[in-house]
Write a protein that binds this ligand. Sequence first.
Ligand code: ATP
Ligand code: LTN
Length: 325
Amino acid sequence: MRIFSGIQPTGELHIGNYLGAIKQWNSLQHQNNCIFCIVDLHAITVPYDTEKLSNLILEKAVIYLAAGIDPEKAIIFVQSHVKAHTELCWLLNTITPLGDLYRMTQYKEKSQKGKKNENAGLLNYPILMAADILLYDADIVPVGEDQKQHVELARSIARKFNSKFGETFTLPKEQLPTEGARIMSITNPKKKMSKSDPEASYISLFDSPEAIKKKIKSAVTDTYKTIKYDKEKRPGISNLLTIYSLFSEIEVKEVEKEMKGKSYKKFKDELAELMIIKLAPFRKRREEFLSREVYVKEILKQGQDAANSLAESKISEVKRKMGLI
Ligand code: ATP
Ligand code: LTN
């Protein structure tokens, strides 16, 4: 199977990104052809710091490696390094109905965050994402729940292209983890954990033990006393139980049993301890790769070459089908 996924370089990677996306990438890379991208062109659709972007891109590559992505098994590259992404994006623009773009949840949320944020790139964001996926004929796209709608749109664009110009693209399918597809914010458990929200609302993969303790301690729960999963009525404690379950690899039902009779404080202390232990190797490997900048740049260069050769052959096929060559 061909697998494609990506993460934006801006913002700190949080446990939602890990549990929703990267953890799946890790296991998929052993038996599939995987391509993992740092989607810098998506990141510039919202305000960002031009001075910091190139460092953030390199840092995300470090993080992919620190999180266990093996460059011997998967292609790791930066979206803007392969020109065919923007080229295909334009071509797909011409067959994508505007109505489909206006109904995307992410577009509605991001454009509402302030009228000054509303640019055409924000609206066309899912077309660029479709181009990323379709260029490589990806079968599977491992993502968190918030990106499901975008992958569905990519599939619909592929279907439309195939029927208009002849069989060209593989129809991609999203793959969500069975648990952890939507980790909620620590400070507002009715909202998804998001790296563009304030720092206290997410737990970074690289937070210090002190920061993890502090954030978990102040995590919003409820006024009930029991540690029980009920996503609708008790989103805060349910989110913490999900996180505990995913890091300990113990089913939520079992965690509930283990925690029976314990106070929220005790449960939170145990959760913080568990996360400190489980996240320690990420911190350590990140430090290691941060000191190997030349190596990381070389990985990205090799990734660029490998991705470019696949993408160039696909874009030629697309242009032929569209009558451009
Ligand atoms: P932002 O919310 O600021 O746009 P983000 O935190 O969603 O950013 P992305 O780079 O957009 O980060 O997402 C990278 C991957 O992580 C995607 O596959 C996305 O679905 C997944 N993901 C993001 N947030 C969560 C979450 N809270 N729970 C599970 N998966 C998530
Ligand atoms: N929009 C995605 C990032 C992304 C992506 C992709 C994910 C860009 N292109 C292709 C999977 C496949 C997000 O997580 N915000």
